[in-house]
Design a protein around this ligand. Structure first.
Ligand SMILES: NC(=O)c1ccc[n+]([C@@H]2O[C@H](COP(=O)([O-])OP(=O)(O)OC[C@H]3O[C@@H](n4cnc5c(N)ncnc54)[C@H](O)[C@@H]3O)[C@@H](O)[C@H]2O)c1
Length: 438
């Protein structure tokens, strides 16, 4: 069993402290608020949360949970600290770090006075890079010690929801953490070993980003459902029924489909149907700002790719794929066709490899397959990926094709490339190779 100090007896800290004590760990909860410390030590919960009073009563009477104002004592008598202090917004909306830096200074001074190794694990929500640029420097400056060597450091975001916090603690949807050192990974793995979901060990910045992605996704879901509900009501429909039916499709709608960062959406359905729903909302005088932003954001992704190519200064662009996705010859509202037309308008010579569009052209001389933006498309088509690579100054990879993967992986080591789909798992932007979101 571990010995853990929890800094910050707020919604996150108190739930962690009580659940850790329930699971047999020794927990010292630390706060700067005397009242909160007293409430815990009297066996009660300082917050309203289903089932929490009982856990605190049990933990305190078992001698496993105590609370104190004394940070030094808490650090000295535990192996690791969880930091759960608040990170409220600054006036400009950026993350407020005054409590985090304050507590890191206190903890840093305390670990300087301790002989044994101690791990500091931040659970507060902080933007990517904060561990490296704020928390670790504050801990090192206050302790005079080296993070990851003389003491441990980790970032372990919390995803619980108030009102179902204990349930979420026991049955989490996601466990992810990063650390600088093996002892900190070991303690995090020990604390999570019986959890009913996989644990993901990542670098600390990724863990920081996952937390913001999770909360923003939750916020987007609420807003999306509300906008659909408002439009449905204006049409005399029950928005809750509509959303229930949408969510009953867990193969495509509620799944990881369409959730992979990359290039813009397109095709004959999504843009037209988003437009039509937007117009329906307008006609019924329903304000739907998120719907309105969707096509704008999609267009911005096309502009981003366009800029990446123009910034390279290369003239002949070898575009891999021009249909709106691989596996089809459909060019209607293809974002790759739109991108090609913008590059041509800017004076680039765009050559295209797309086996499906080439097949369509060969089978049907009238086949336009919806292209109304790329001039002289037939003349721009090249028959093989090899000839495209050979003739291009820069490769622009839009669609993935099995036969193109090997030659493109080889080419990326010697030729400039803008990659909208990721020709090789795990590859990241690096000089002449630029991935759109990686
Ligand atoms: N509330 C949630 O549902 C939730 C869920 C997941 C993550 N989070 C994140 O967790 C963090 C904590 O949120 P919260 O809602 O529990 O905050 P909170 O405001 O309820 O509690 C923070 C506590 O930290 C204490 N504190 C401040 N400085 C301290 C110090 N130097 N030493 C010891 N204690 C100190 C405060 O007195 C307070 O009791 C935030 O970053 C938040 O974004 C919150």
């Amino acid at each position: 069993m571990a010995k853990i100090s929890v800094f910050g007896i707020g919604y996150v800290g108190v739930v962690s402290a009580a659940c850790l004590a329930r699971d047999g760990h020794t927990v010292i909860a630390v706060d700067i608020d005397q009242n909160r410390v007293n409430v815990i030590n009297s066996g009660c919960s300082p917050i309203v949360e289903n089932g929490l009073d009982q856990l605190i009563t049990d933990g305190v009477s078992a001698g496993l949970l105590t609370a104190t104002l004394d940070a030094d004592d808490a650090i000295l008598n535990t192996d690791a600290s969880f930091v759960c202090v608040g990170t409220p917004s600054n006036a400009d909306g950026s993350v407020g770090l005054s409590y985090v830096t304050g507590v890191c200074e206190i903890i840093g001074r305390a670990i300087a006075r301790k002989q044994a190794y101690h791990s500091v694990i931040i659970r507060s929500t902080i933007v990517p890079g904060t561990m490296e640029s704020v928390c670790i420097p504050a801990l090192e400056a206050a302790s005079g010690l080296k993070a990851g060597v003389d003491f441990g450091v980790g970032y372990y975001p919390e995803f619980l929801r108030e009102s179902t916090a204990i349930e979420d603690y026991d049955n989490p949807g996601l466990i992810v953490f990063g650390a600088l050192d093996q002892p900190t990974f070991a303690i995090l793995n020990l604390l999570n070993k019986d959890m009913p979901c996989a644990t993901h060990e990542v670098d600390v910045r990724t863990a920081e980003m996952v937390k913001y992605t999770s909360n923003t996704w939750r916020a987007v879901k609420v807003t999306f459902a509300n906008e659909i509900g408002n439009i449905a009501k204006a049409c005399g429909l029950d928005g809750q029924l509509v959303m229930r039916l949408l969510c009953s499709d867990d193969k495509v709608n509620i799944s990881s489909h369409f959730m992979r960062p990359g290039f813009a959406f397109g095709g004959s359905c999504l843009p037209k149907d988003v437009r039509a729903l937007q117009q329906l909302a307008k006609a019924r005088q329903v304000d739907a700002p998120m719907m309105a932003a969707v096509l704008k954001a999609n267009d911005a992704q096309i502009s981003r790719a366009e800029e990446m190519v123009t910034q390279s200064g290369q003239k002949v662009v070898g575009l891999v794929g021009i249909s709106f996705k691989p596996g089809t010859d459909d060019l209607r509202e293809s974002p790759l066709a739109e991108l090609a037309s913008r590059l041509i308008a800017k004076g680039h010579d765009v050559q295209v490899y797309d086996p499906n569009v080439s097949t369509a052209h060969a089978q049907d001389s009238t086949a336009g397959r919806g292209n109304d933006v790329v001039p002289d498309l037939r003349d721009r088509m090249v028959p093989s990926i090899e000839s495209l690579i050979e003739g291009a100054d820069i490769l622009l990879v839009g669609n993935a094709y099995a036969e193109a993967a090997g030659p493109l992986r080889e080419a990326m080591t010697r030729q400039p490339m803008v990659d909208l789909t990721r020709v090789q798992a795990g590859v990241v932007s690096n000089g002449a190779y630029q991935g759109i979101c990686w």
